[in-house]
Structure formats: structure tokens, C-alpha cells
Write a protein that binds this ligand. Structure first.
Ligand code: ZN
Length: 728
């Protein structure tokens, strides 16, 4: 058989792979290769199914089972566990319960109640919850069904004359159903259309997407591609080229100008949209995004909002477009326009809520936009975390492609406002939100940990990440910083969503180099952080230096300077540059600086170090005054953490063991020797147990969190209890 060739989608079916798989795995395989192409479906969007004859574990008899992508997850990354399995006969029998209801139809109480019935039809105790799209697959009388959100099909579905276009593009093989909120009723409607029109291979779902079917899985896959290709070819033949979106009204800024504008703009903008909830940003700048934001039609089209319900849920009712001229107006003008634009947007949102709400609607949600469009610059998306803001950026950029295509073949129309509202405030959606675990202590926060390459800094990076923080791991040693960031990304996942330009395409953690004694280096690190996430919330500095005296116990002027440059001046530079961002954001933040119990305890052999730490203690108090009330500044004073510490290399550990006459073998590894020394030190403390990195990280986290929200200008010692280090 000759393989079909496609220009507008990727053909990825491989018989050699599919041939090895059982029917459920073939469905997983088909789903993965469909989800892999953004032109076929968006992240998290669409679903697939196969009806498979299986042996019933109860009766041993053969039964027909619907395997369908369940709630949550994503086609591209789905595994077998992402699919729900339901007895076909039981699923179909639910129709009698539905039909018996006095009031039925789209958006009726019984329709939502049917979702609660799906678990009763579960085959083989499969724990995956069924999605609301399950009946779309169950009632279509074919063995394999693909429901996708392809740009080209949504473009037809979101056009004014969508029914006529469907016929023009597909002739008799694809039908059309008007927009209807997905659910049990839509399943029945589509099942009936498919049954009554046996010539149909699929349907354009008004304002939504495409669904198609076949009795062979490979045939279903190829049909999906063929139908998308057909629409894409039709659209390509009508493409308006330079005249798309009414042609350009503005020109793009140069990459360098755009970057410097974003660095100044983003923290201020983040502060403006984060009045109710903090948001994490993603900048997304592609040729296509720029063509849209620079165009004559952008304000009109932006106002219409998105169409596909999947896109809409992230991008909200509409984006905020700011009519700013990048060629003639400056940043101050842009900020003023953003301020006014946001005020209008929130009013509009409240009016939309008031006009569309039902007596039982959940309370109004955050009225700020999640997508902001700026001519000459691009698209900025906001979400509760990096993953969500990346998905939002992806969805609006897909919506731009939908509008481009729809405006080429007809006129684009968004989802009607009431329909959009009934999805955004759907009680089922609200119930899903309520079932989600509460947000973690540092969720929605960007925390910079300076010194994250090793020791206390690394432990602290892990500790704050555990509380939901986005962590910028910073160290003089760039490779070490990146290694810590990679550990965090591996542990928490890169997140879904495929948008983000440059460093803004990052995940929940980032590794950067910095020399805190060099202001330009600190500035560059903060700029990268702003471009990655939109701003900062907390900074924790654990970096420090101990320069041992020479053999004759002397400290040279250079050693003195180096010690103070890192332990005092460096802390001030970080605070001073961080302050500019905090003040631009106008959101409360925290700064934690690491000093030492040596700040209070005079000791022989560490003159410069101890003096620098005493200065750092007072620096904390000065900064607490300077940065109030916006930023709390506190200090962490560790004592002799030997575990995994770069301040305790093997020879220093050995010389200490010798000094304190502690027995050891040369063959023991460094960590074992450190443990011996740590146990010895522990005996000198009031609490008598070794001081660990985790103990220090916990204190750094607590000072950063809201748990100590009334504490500033203080130093917490984590030293096991050393009476001579008591502050007084
Ligand atoms: Zn859908």
C-alpha cells in the first residue's frame, strides 16, 4: 500500500510499531502520534476511543468495552493509564435514565447528573475517571472515533457561514452540527446524525472542532489526517498573505529594543495583573503573533475572544489588546495605556459576569486578563504557574491561526458570551476546581536562591520547590546551578504547554550564573529571571566565603577585601538590585541573607570572616528599615553544618578530627568523616544532635513564607543551641 502524503499535518503511523501492540496500546499509540502535532490538536485537547472486545473478569465472557481518553492528561503524553474503560452495554443503557427525566436537554440538571453515572459502567475497576466527552464516543456507532481540535477545522467551525463551508470543503462525507456544550445530550445528537446518515465519516462541531470515525483504527487515523489536510488546503488556497488581518498597522521593535522594554515592563505589568492573585508570566513572540498584534484588525478580532472551548477556558473571554504605537510612543505611554486598559478590562469582565450569571453560579473569579497583546512586542500570558501560562500562550497563538484561516475563508466569530460563561462557570468545572488540593505555601512565587549549586543553598532550593515555588537556582558555578535546576525540573516535571520564547520556555526551575560582587552580573541574572517568569517574589542568599588565614595566622589585605566583597557588599548588591524589581511590582516580597553564629562569637583564626558576618547581621537590620514595608528582610545564622558542605573539604575535616583527637581511618569516605566531626560538634550544643542542611533550609523557607509574615530585621540562629551565640 502506498503511504498517503500530507502537507499540512505529520503522518506518523508505523505498521511495524502498531503491529506489535494490543488493541488498547494501539489506541494509546494513535493518540500519541495525533497529539504530537499542534496543527492536529492543542495540548490537553481532544480525545480518542476504541471499542474493544474483552474478557469480562466477572463472567469470563466476551464483552464490548469502550476505551476512551479519560479526564485530565494529554494525547501527546498519554499512557494506557490515561484511558477510561466502560462496558458498552451499560453505557448505552444510561440513555433510558436520561430519557426518563422530565426535563432534559443541553445544560439541564439531568445532563450534569449523567457524569456521576459513568463510574457505574466501569470495566475492570479502571480508576481513570471518564471525561465529559465520553458520550461523544459511546453513541457514535463505529469502532474507532477521533475528536480533535485542529486549527483548520476550528477555522471552519468558527466562521460565520460554517455549515455552508463544511459542505463546500467536504461535500457529502462530513456533516455539521451547531455549537452545543459537550455532554450527554451532544453525544445523543451526534450519535443520531451518524446513524441516520451512513455516508458520513465525520462532523464539524460548530465553534468547536472535528469528530470522525471508522471501523479500523489505522483508517480512522488516516481519515483524521485527510479531513484536516482537506480543510488546510482549502484555507491555503484562500490565504490573504500580506493582507492578512487587514495588513500591518505597526512595525515590530528590534529584538534588542523589545528585550530591554520587556525587562522594564514585565515587573510593573505583573504587579498590575496580580492585585488579587500572583501570576507567573510567559512571553511568546513568533512571526505569526507579531503579524497579528501589529495588524489593523487585531483590536476588532481580539475583542471577539477565542472559539474552541478548550482555548477559551485558558485565554478567558478575551485578551487585553493595547493600542500602543511602538514607533512613536514610549514606555511611559505604554504603561499608562496598560493601566487604563486593565481597568476597562476588569469592568467589562464584571459586566459580563453580571449579565450572564445564573442564580446558582459560583462567585466571580479573578477579573484580570490572562493574555495581553502589545503591538511591536508580542503576546504575554499569565497563569497560576509556569505550565499554565505556557499553555495559555499556546492556546492564544493557536486561536490566532484559527482567526487567520477563518478570516481568509469567511468572517471569524467567537463563542457567544453566554455560552462562554456557561463553560467558564459550569458547575461541573467548579466542582473540579473545588476537588483540587489547596495551593501550596509558595505557589505563584518566584524564589531566587543564590548559592543553590551546593550545601545549604541547594537544600533550600529543594525545600522551597517542595512548597510550590518556581526556583531560580543561582551560583558562581553555573554548571552546579544548572544541575540543581535540572534535579528540580526532573522531580516536578517541565509541565504541559509548548509555548514560550527564549528563556521564557523554561519549566519550574532555572539555573543561572552570578557573581554577587559584580553589579552587572547581578543585574543580568535578575533580567533573565524577569524574562523567564515576569518578576520575582523572594530572594534567599546562602552564598558566602571563608578565606582561611595564612599558615602564620595572618589575613592579607586581599583576603580581607575578598571576604567583605562576598559576605557584605555582595549581599547589598543583590538587595539593591532586587529592590528595583520589588518596587516596580509593588507586591510584598522577602529577602533572607545568610550570616553565621560567628557574627556574635569571637574566635581565633577567622577574623575577617567573623567581622564580615557581624557586618552582615547589621546589614540585615539596615535593609529591613530601607525596604519596609514592601519587603521583609531577615537573616539565617547557621553554625558548623558539616554535612555536604563545600566549606568543609576533606583536608579541613581531617585537620579538625586530628585537632579534637577523634579516631578515624584514612580509608573512610569524606561524608563518613564529616559525620564524625558533626557528631563531635553536636556534643557542644544544647540540643546534642548534628545540625543538617535540612535544618538550615527549613529556617530559610520559614523566613520566606507567610508563616513568619510579621518578622523583619531579625536573625534566626540554627546552631543546635550555642549559649555564646545568643543574641542580646
Ligand atoms: Zn473538544
Amino acid at each position: 500500500m502506498t503511504q498517503k502524503t500530507y502537507k499540512h499535518v505529520n503522518y506518523n503511523w508505523d505498521d511495524a510499531i502498531a503491529g506489535q501492540l494490543d488493541p488498547v496500546e494501539r489506541l494509546r499509540y494513535r493518540s500519541n502520534i495525533l497529539g504530537d502535532d499542534q496543527r492536529i490538536t492543542n495540548t490537553g485537547g481532544g480525545n480518542t476511543s476504541s471499542k474493544i472486545i474483552m474478557t469480562d473478569p466477572l463472567t469470563g465472557e466476551e464483552v464490548d468495552v469502550l476505551w476512551v481518553k479519560g479526564s485530565g492528561g494529554d494525547l501527546r503524553t498519554s499512557t494506557r493509564a490515561n484511558f477510561a474503560s466502560l462496558y458498552m452495554d451499560k453505557l448505552l443503557s444510561l440513555q433510558s435514565i436520561y430519557d426518563a427525566a422530565e426535563v432534559k436537554g443541553v445544560k439541564t440538571e439531568i445532563e450534569d447528573q449523567m457524569v456521576g453515572m459513568y463510574p457505574h459502567t466501569t470495566f475492570n475497576l479502571n480508576p481513570r475517571a471518564s471525561s465529559i466527552d465520553t458520550p461523544l464516543h459511546g453513541f457514535i456507532p463505529y469502532r474507532h472515533v477521533d475528536h480533535m481540535h485542529p486549527i483548520s477545522a476550528i477555522a471552519i467551525a468558527a466562521s460565520k457561514d460554517q455549515q455552508q463551508l463544511t459542505q463546500e470543503v467536504y461535500g457529502q462525507e462530513v456533516g455539521w452540527v451547531p455549537w452545543q456544550r459537550p455532554g450527554f445530550d451532544l453525544g445523543l445528537v451526534m450519535g443520531q446524525v451518524a446513524t441516520e446518515n451512513p455516508q458520513l465519516k465525520g462532523l464539524i462541531m460548530g465553534q468547536h472542532g472535528l469528530i470522525n470515525w471508522a471501523n479500523d483504527d489505522k483508517e480512522c487515523y488516516e481519515l483524521t489526517l485527510t479531513l484536516i489536510e482537506k480543510a488546510a488546503e482549502y484555507i491555503a488556497a484562500h490565504d490573504k498573505g500580506q493582507a492578512t488581518f487587514g495588513g500591518p498597522k505597526y512595525q515590530s521593535l528590534s529584538a534588542a529594543d523589545r528585550e530591554s522594554l520587556l525587562i522594564t515592563l514585565l515587573p510593573q505589568l505583573r504587579g498590575m495583573v496580580s492585585q488579587q492573585n500572583r501570576f507567573i508570566g510567559t512571553i511568546h513572540i513568533t512571526g505569526s503573533v507579531l503579524q497579528f498584534v501589529n495588524s489593523h484588525d487585531a483590536p476588532r478580532l481580539a475583542e471577539l475572544g477565542t472559539s474552541c472551548p478548550d482555548h477559551f477556558l485558558r485565554t478567558k473571554i478575551k485578551p487585553l489588546y493595547v493600542d500602543w504605537n511602538p514607533q512613536t510612543e514610549d514606555l511611559a505611554a505604554l504603561l499608562t495605556k496598560l493601566e487604563t486598559g486593565l481597568a476597562h478590562y476588569r469592568q467589562d469582565y464584571a459586566a459580563y459576569y453580571e449579565a450572564c450569571k445564573h442564580p446558582d453560579s459560583p462567585p466571580m473569579r479573578d477579573p484580570n486578563p490572562t493574555v495581553i497583546l502589545i503591538p511591536g512586542v508580542g503576546l504575554i500570558a499569565w497563569g497560576k504557574n509556569k505550565s499554565e501560562s505556557r499553555v495559555t500562550a499556546e492556546f492564544y497563538s493557536l486561536a490566532i491561526e484559527v482567526m487567520r484561516a477563518s478570516e481568509a475563508i469567511s468572517a471569524y466569530q467567537g463563542l457567544p458570551r453566554q455560552e462562554a460563561f456557561d463553560i467558564e462557570y459550569w458547575l461541573l468545572e467548579e466542582a473540579k476546581l473545588k476537588r483540587m488540593p489547596p495551593e501550596k505555601e509558595l505557589a505563584r512565587n518566584v524564589v531566587i536562591v543564590v548559592g543553590a549549586g551546593s550545601g545549604i543553598g541547594k537544600a533550600t532550593a529543594h525545600r522551597v520547590a517542595q512548597e510550590g515555588a518556581h526556583v531560580v537556582c543561582v551560583d558562581l558555578n553555573e554548571a552546579a546551578a544548572q544541575a540543581t535546576a535540572a534535579e528540580l525540573t526532573n522531580q516536578y516535571g517541565l509541565g504541559i504547554g509548548v509555548a514560550g520564547t527564549g528563556i521564557s520556555a523554561c519549566g519550574p526551575a532555572l539555573g543561572l550564573a552570578v557573581d554577587i560582587t559584580d553589579r552587572a552580573s547581578v543585574k543580568a541574572m535578575l533580567n533573565q529571571t524577569v524574562l523567564a517568569y515576569g518578576g520575582i517574589d523572594n530572594i534567599i542568599v546562602t552564598a558566602g566565603i571563608f578565606v582561611p588565614p595564612t599558615k602564620d595566622g595572618k589575613i592579607s589585605d586581599d583576603m580581607w577585601d575578598m571576604t567583605f566583597a562576598v559576605n557584605v557588599k555582595g549581599l547589598h548588591i543583590v538587595a539593591d538590585e532586587g529592590r528595583k524589581i520589588w518596587e516596580a511590582q509593588r507586591l510584598p516580597g522577602t529577602l533572607v541573607l545568610t550570616t553565621s553564629v560567628n557574627a556574635a562569637v569571637a574566635k581565633k583564626g577567622s577574623l575577617a570572616y567573623d567581622t564580615s558576618k557581624a557586618a552582615a547581621n547589621h546589614l540585615i537590620r539596615e535593609l529591613a528599615m530601607e525596604l519596609a514595608p514592601l519587603v521583609r528582610v531577615n537573616g539565617l545564622a547557621p553554625a558548623t553544618v558539616v554535612e555536604g558542605s563545600s566549606l568543609f573539604p576533606r583536608d579541613r575535616v581531617i585537620s579538625s578530627l586530628v585537632k579534637y583527637e577523634i579516631a578515624f581511618e584514612e580509608s573512610e569516605d569524606t561524608e563518613a568523616l564529616r559525620t564524625k566531626l558533626a557528631n563531635f560538634y553536636a556534643q557542644r550544643t544544647l540540643t546534642k544532635s548534628p545540625i543538617t542542611l535540612a535544618d538550615q533550609a527549613e529556617a530559610a523557607y520559614l523566613l520566606t513564607s507567610s508563616k513568619l509574615s510579621k518578622t523583619t530585621g531579625q536573625i534566626i540562629t540554627v546552631d543546635g543551641g550555642l549559649p555564646e551565640a545568643f543574641l542580646r
